[in-house]
Write a protein that binds this ligand. Sequence first.
Ligand code: BG6
Ligand code: MG
Length: 212
Amino acid sequence: MKSAIILDLDGVICDTAHFHFLAWHRLAAEYGYELTQADNEQLKGVSRADSLTFILGLANKTLSTEQFNEDLRRKNEWYLDLVKDMGPLDVLPGVPSFFAEVAARKIPLALGSASKNANMVLTRVGLIQAFDAIVDASQVSQGKPHPETFIKAAELLGIAPENCLVFEDSAAGVQAAISGGMKAVGIGSAEDLPGAAIHLANLGEFDFTNFS
Ligand code: BG6
Ligand code: MG
């Protein structure tokens, strides 16, 4: 039975999870709230609009629809400014060897990202051609922790969900993978990602020996 790999982007392939945090931190400060790293664990994998709703809850603040959309726009502007100089060297440790192994073994590979900036970031780091299928926030109606992103990725690859292994750095993403009938590899600690089958510090630690 052929197996496939589905990768999250932010925090798995590149350190853009940190840039999302910096931009949200700046916006939350305007609301008089100091966003913490612990808050950020809850934001990982969560769509832009759902993230803002979550932060407004933390800050105990409400916004008009117009201001809400304007703040989403500003957050993204700050994020784009942070990623504008990214290039092929700006991938997390172990990424080049992981992609080389996937290519050598001809493993079907998909992206399953909650970001609307996924195509742009993948292009910047020079990895877009490595994927057989890409699913980002623009192609789903329900974001993580709903499994739609990963189910769609599996469908595009033509591989059954139970034969897909999802690599995720977010609790929402691990939950999405499990809800979709897939196994999750947590990029991060067992404490932050309790549902994942195994935990690795980065993609380079993955052992392909028993993967077919
Ligand atoms: C996810 C990130 O991949 O994408 C979240 O983990 C981010 O932090 C979300 O909020 C949406 O990204 P974007 O680029 O559409 O604002
Ligand atoms: Mg992520």
